[in-house]
Ligand binder design. Sequence first.
Ligand code: ZN
Length: 375
Amino acid sequence: MYQNVVEYLNPTELYTFTLSYASICDGPILTTYTVVKNALFNGNKNIKTRMERIYAQVIANTIFIPKPIRLLSLLTMKHCECCNMQPINFVTDYGLALCLPCKKKNTSRIEMKATKVLRSKIEMNDIIQNQKVNLVPHHCVKEQPNLGYYSRSLLVYYVLNEPFFDENNNRLGPIITHKQLSEMLNLPSYEAVEKYIEDNTPDQSQARRMFIQAMTLLREKIFDINEKKALERSVKVKRFRFKKYLNTTQAIAFLLERVPEHLRFKLDYNIQFSFYRQNDRARRAKMDEIRMLANAAESPAAAVQAILNQGPPDGVVSIWIRCNKTAGIIKPLLSCPTKYNDETKKSHRANLLELARMICKHYKAPCENEFPATW
Ligand SMILES: [Zn+2]
């Protein structure tokens, strides 16, 4: 039953649901796979970004792999988990949800030293260079700034000061903290440092493997689904645009019948096609292709349909009234044709008649409520 429900909940709902459900029947009901799937399929952009950030840290093996429920809470957390006050919108590099002030307060800067200033028995450089100390560099500084490009770069790290615990006293967040680094600095030999690292590295290969498996499997799936969705959306948009074109031409035909014959040329129009493409050359080639399509079609409507179907997804067909004055008068019709050409609604017909009247009035032609079809 649980698995069926999960499909329809977004991550926030899933979190509250799991909390209340777990109180009814205890035991692990949530798996990493479920959480990852739910986040990628039902989560919004923000949640997906958080997921990717956490995943990057899991791959780098710099954090304690979050348990499913912790992962879910991390994805949906709205406030800083340190001060519980500030709203947050991303997960930090420490696998924690911290606001900027708390992040600044709780981290220290470690700069790699240049070789000439390495003096003591054990230096921070030695510890960081150990493969099992996975620290992610934050940025670089130049050893000799006045040399510019030719200067050697020194890496700068930011490390959380104190280990982070959850309410059950389990470690969360980064594996290496500043406290441990300074403890290692005071050890008598490098062998002791290596032993210290060995003793303090958690065994989480199983959890890590499961996380990576879930992520690699689902990310591919979600990509396919998104692609399909985008295609469906573009087909829908094209259909809508074609309908809009038909409505406008019908409305103009309606207007033509109600305008004196000597004014009808004022409603002559061109069909224009436009789309956005950065590359000028590709744009010109596409334009030529579209022009050929339009020429090959047997009717204007068929041409528009062909252009929309085979043009780029962001292509727009617009109707361009040649006479500026008339275009100004019937602008509301051109911008929202569906409103003006719905036969079932009387007010739209009235609107169209009003437009016809306005055109006549503008060109000082006699007008009545309804002109006969033949003037
Ligand atoms: Zn905070």
